[in-house]
Design a protein. Sequence first.
Length: 337
Amino acid sequence: MNNHGMQAGQATVMHVRCPHRLSEETYRQVLELLADLSPVVQALPPAAALVELRGALRYHGTDAVHLGEILRVRSISRLGVDLRIGIAPTITVAATASGQISGLGGVLCVTPEEVADWLGPLPVQDLHGIGPRQAAVLCDYGIDCVGLLAALSPATVQRLLGKRAGRLAADRARGVDPRPVVPRALPASAAVRTSFPRHTLDGAVVRAALLDLVAQLGLLLRRRDQAARALTLTLKFAGGAGWEKTRRLTEPSAHDEDLRTVAYQLMDAAGLQRARLVGIALRGEDLMDAGQAPQQISLDRARESRLVAEQAMDRIRDKYGPGAVGSAATAPFRNAS
């Protein structure tokens, strides 16, 4: 079948449904999780998104269902949000699959070989792209399931629904959907956050926690091939009060060293003395493609050596996990947790 996704012989399109009434901030964080899986993410505000997994499957060395389960676990553990995830060869089938998941969340994969048999018994109104009025017209003619719709000639469906709508409905009932996932710009910010198990006054623990967040944010940006032009530090205090401040970097960067310098400046600006902290968030703002970020030629051999070491640590983290290697300066925070 000559359509996008089918030629590859595997299900590579992921459709993600978030819970209804999701806040804009949480939706943005879900998009950030998707961007960690694949660079090809298409946001469908206010509560859905598409992901093209073809390159991601090769990169992560696993299958689509496993990536879907990883995404669910990360979303639940980090955001407290469960997702309904459909995976299929095309956008229509993937979106239909995510809509068939009952309960709070789950992963449903439909392979190219399964598309016709899986779509056939579904009520026609469950086919993604079929509106209530179109479904009512089809049901009036006894076409109450997708299999019956697929069995009709496109000309017949066009007479019932109109030329364009009929052609699309006939194609999609057969699993044909040539639309690619069109990547939109990655989220304009990237955030990492942590909370303390107990209210803390310990400056060493707070500084170590901040350094840990810097390392997380730097790794996230480098994996996305993005650079931050500014950082925002948010502090949450016992009793519900908060403090937030943004500072721009000298030049766009995703390197721990540059992010750490600005993060420390922000923390110093907070002027903490006896404040009891319960949480910290660090957000990279005004992101840009790292390849387009201006870079000055450095004659600082020590800095160049640190950047080489950073690349080596990134490779270790990619292979063994984010906690495989890190700075000893984060030990007070790790021990406190």
